[in-house]
Design a protein around this ligand. Structure first.
Ligand code: F6P
Ligand code: MN
Length: 327
């Protein structure tokens, strides 16, 4: 039996990265406990409400954010923290060598209905040690990530992690409180018949994405000549977990519904960490055409289209978009 502590000791070459991962996964245990208590912990509903004792209720995504922020800013290796929940990055210990980005509770519309949610994190090097970190320090392409992963709070709590070349999975043992290695070398098949998309946004997509989904829906009777099946968790962390477990295609594509007229998901703490996990497991991750990990960010909260999962589907979507551009 290999614990996370043992795995990190054996596989990660950077002790600072190990220490920051330990901090995040320890907070993950607390978040997991709060989710298990659910309605009993006064954590559901909108922040700003009061409970029956007249105390302020904290919505769990705010609470998760505060717990991670507090723990990480105390970690001596952490020079700064950026979160989905905070407009600006928070400087931490100027002598630290790492920057951490996180989505404290991904899929938060699932919280109040007792469905899967998760914490996504990305660890980047800090280039200006000795000086307080600023937003601009975080603007590094995903290919610079030193480690990435997520905690999925589902029927069990699982950690998917990449610190070396491989993607590995741990399960939180509720008895011992240890993360136990349950799968090493996660790999994604190149072919799949399963896809995840919120198709209610169909009218906001670009023509090649509409064509792709039309082809999947036509199934055996269409050009793909086989049937496909939809699965949609409504939490990216759940859909990505399914893909790491049994393959599939996940997309939140270019979508003019969102203010930036590009997509819903955030590059730095959603798309980048998930893309690193997916690529290292043998899958593909693009914005439909370009590799996500090579995108140079311009804003810590930048949104981009995301297409990731089984390689042959990701490549096929790219072909359809290129054909459309060359028309
Ligand atoms: O963080 C954004 C997010 O919650 C993702 O986790 C998820 O994939 C998506 O939004 C769900 O979007 P929709 O509300 O369109 O189902
Ligand atoms: Mn999210």
């Amino acid at each position: 039996m290999t614990t996370l502590a043992q795995y990190l000791k054996d596989h990660a070459s950077n002790p600072a990265v190990n220490d920051v991962i330990t901090t995040i996964t320890e907070v993950g245990k607390t978040i997991s406990q709060l989710l298990k208590k659910g309605a009993l912990a006064d954590i559901l509903g909108e922040a700003g409400n009061q409970n029956v004792q007249g105390e302020e209720q904290k919505k769990l995504d705010v609470l998760a954010n505060d717990l991670l922020l507090e723990a990480l800013t105390k970690n001596s290796h952490c020079a700064g923290v950026a979160s989905e929940e905070l407009d600006d990055a928070t400087p931490a210990n100027a002598d630290g060598s790492l920057l951490v980005l996180f989505d404290p509770l991904d899929g938060s519309s699932n919280i109040d209905i007792n469905m899967a949610v998760g914490t996504i994190f990305s660890i980047l090097p800090y280039q200006r040690q000795g000086q307080p970190s600023k937003n601009g320090d975080f603007l590094q392409a995903g290919n610079k990530q030193l480690a990435a992963g997520y905690l999925l709070y589902g029927t069990s709590t699982m950690l998917a992690l990449t610190v070396a070349d491989d993607v590995v999975m741990f399960s939180l043992d509720p008895d011992s409180g240890d993360y136990i290695l349950v799968q090493d070398k996660v790999t994604i098949d190149a072919d799949t018949s399963e896809y995840a998309i919120n198709s209610s946004n169909y009218r906001y997509w670009r023509a090649p994405m509409q064509q792709y989904i039309d082809e999947l829906i036509a199934g055996e009777a269409g050009v793909r000549a086989r049937d496909f099946n939809t699965r949609w968790v409504a939490a990216m962390v759940g859909d990505v977990h399914r893909i790491l477990c049994r393959g599939g295609l996940f997309t939140y594509p270019f979508d003019t519904k969102y203010a930036n007229k590009a997509g819903k998901l955030r590059l730095m703490y959603e798309a980048n960490p998930m893309s690193l996990l997916i690529e290292r497991a043998g899958g593909g991750a693009t914005d439909a055409i370009n590799r996500i990990l090579d995108i140079e960010p311009t804003d810590i909260h930048q949104r981009i289209p995301v297409v990731l999962g089984s390689k042959n589907e990701v490549d096929y979507i790219k072909d359809l978009h290129l054909q459309h551009e060359n028309k």
